[in-house]
Design a protein around this ligand. Sequence first.
Ligand code: ADP
Ligand code: AMP
Length: 213
Amino acid sequence: MKIIMLGAPGAGKGTQAKMIAEKYGVPHISTGDIFRANIKNGTELGMEAKKYMDQGLLVPDELTVKILLDRVANEDCKNGYVLDGFPRTIPQAEVLDKALTELGDKIDYAIDVDVPDENIVKRMGGRRACLSCGATYHIEHVPPKSEGICDKCGQELVLRDDDKPETVKNRLNVYHEQTQPLIEFYTKKGVLKAVDGTVDMKDVFAAIVEILG
Ligand code: ADP
Ligand code: AMP
């Protein structure tokens, strides 16, 4: 099963992708997590990506496509995967489509987690991330057991630099301009399914399970 999560930054793609990965036994692949791991390890890719991420801009397609295609070529992806944060532009979607077509394969579902802009800025300000294991929390909706500490690995939780309100506004603009057109792209392919992302995360997941079966 090959699944793409679509939706604005902070819509809950990562939250749902982790639950899908666990229930259906497929890897959760987040290009954002891959970039953040590279930044943390001080790699060349990380330094390059950081320049864009800090401004709320997209990392250029050439860099992003390469890391994604390398990742999905791994053995653990042979039965499928859930992509979170990729594709984010039409050219990225086209490259993925071409790579899959060459293998006689395709995306099964593109799930759009729909949340209006008004809700997003509030959500992102409350998000806390563990840069060590990738877990995410929310100070109101999903608080960690001990304030500021990751339940899973005990590392410190942070407000991501790009979750600060001024950067979130840029990210939303970028989303509307460059990523939202993917909704039409996948509608035309007949694989788009939309879910209401404003309800409780368990109810969002129930709606997704209804679609995936
Ligand atoms: P994305 O991966 O789309 O950027 P996340 O999954 O990281 O978004 O979610 C953004 C923030 O909103 C996180 O702090 C998360 O805990 C919280 N969140 C996710 N889904 C919901 C929901 N249905 N209701 C309320 N808060 C949510
Ligand atoms: P995310 O964790 O998905 O919110 O991504 C954080 C940031 O990483 C984004 O704001 C972009 O700067 C960058 N990024 C992640 N995925 C992509 C992608 N597919 N294309 C371009 N930039 C990306």
